[in-house]
Design a protein around this ligand. Sequence first.
Ligand code: CA
Length: 450
Amino acid sequence: MRSRVFVFLFTAVALMACVSPAQAARPQTNVILILADDLGYGDVGYHGCRDVPTPHIDSLARDGVRFTSGYAPHPFCSPTRAALLTGRYQHRFGHENNPPWAPDNDEIGLPVDQVTLPELLRKAGYATGIIGKWHLGGAPCFHPRKRGFTDFYGFLGGGHMYLPGRKGAAEYNAPLQHNGRTFEESGYLTDVFSREAVRFVEAHEDQPFFLYLSYNAVHGPLQATARYLERFQSIPDERRRTYAAMLSAMDDGIGLLLERLRDLKLEESTLIFFMSDNGGPPAANASSNEPLRGTKGQVFEGGIRVPFLARWKGHLSPGRKFQAPVSGMDLFPTMLAACGVEIPKTLPLDGVNLLPHLRGDQSGTPHERLFWRVGGGSGWAVREGKWKCVRPPDGARLLFDVENDLSEQTDLADARPEVVERLTKAYEDWNTANVAPRWEGIRTGRNRSR
Ligand code: CA
């Protein structure tokens, strides 16, 4: 009997030795962030867009959660991306403006002392890939592969030519890169990024991965191929027709990625977020923010309320509408929680893990308030419950009930001065923990259309 116990114990110890603690605790959830660039609130089918079908984006809404008050952390590109990758208000570390294209300047980019989402995932054994637009600094110290990504296929600036041979500003003609190699690409850039996203998933199907598919579509320049343009002959306006073609290409690409995830049986092990980095700039790319007021660059809803979705089959109820305000900076803690990766306690996050709210384990709203600041404080906005206080740059404070006045048409500032004062005080308190912009940008928060 004693020898049998010994054999049992020996066998158990031997089996345990074959499975190291690291393997036993190995995370199995994959995470994907699909980020659209300058996509208008009104330009997805599930928000009522009529002239551009977006069946694959709509499928994420059908099979996942729609965040009806889903906000970009900033009304333009780079600051939103800084918040996405740090889980913090970007004003905490001065990343309030777009970085001018300065590939030799090691002062202009996502500050290197900020901990990034891919850094934490890579440490946990994840393959971490970014495909597409970076826009967090062009100098070598800011390179995506120095900021936590194991794979980079894309470009460093704020935009790029979509078609080979097209000439634009230096930033938009900077070479494409793949892990240290630069190359010319002969395909249509949106198709190329979709192809590479599928390849990344195929290459890492047996290992946990984080894919940041950072399309530059549907940001300008307005360029599309005949294949997509032919779908929209019925749209008379040439600019809107080209925009529609660009959006359709991105939606097709998302469809390819979703199809591959299904084929590889990764749907239930992969949490996907989809959002736009800011509202549409209709004057620049013929996008539409209907029925919202304002555009990219502004802190009216049209600049910051964006298409915002999550899908995690088998984990999140399909077809749900989540009404409480959420922010792109919430993706950081939400994705880490889904992956079972611990967040260092010293990290001063502003984002909130949404999973307990989405699963119904936690009542209440994830954020008591959300804040936006542009131009170093010349403009700002606060959302608290149904209220939104908007101070356009150097203008008077306005107050809207955005639950009942989505289009921000009726200013209630005179009727409810006590709410204006409360939200102003809340903004000022929040702002004490912010710093001045580290550099001046192409945009300074003024209400420019591009
Ligand atoms: Ca953008």
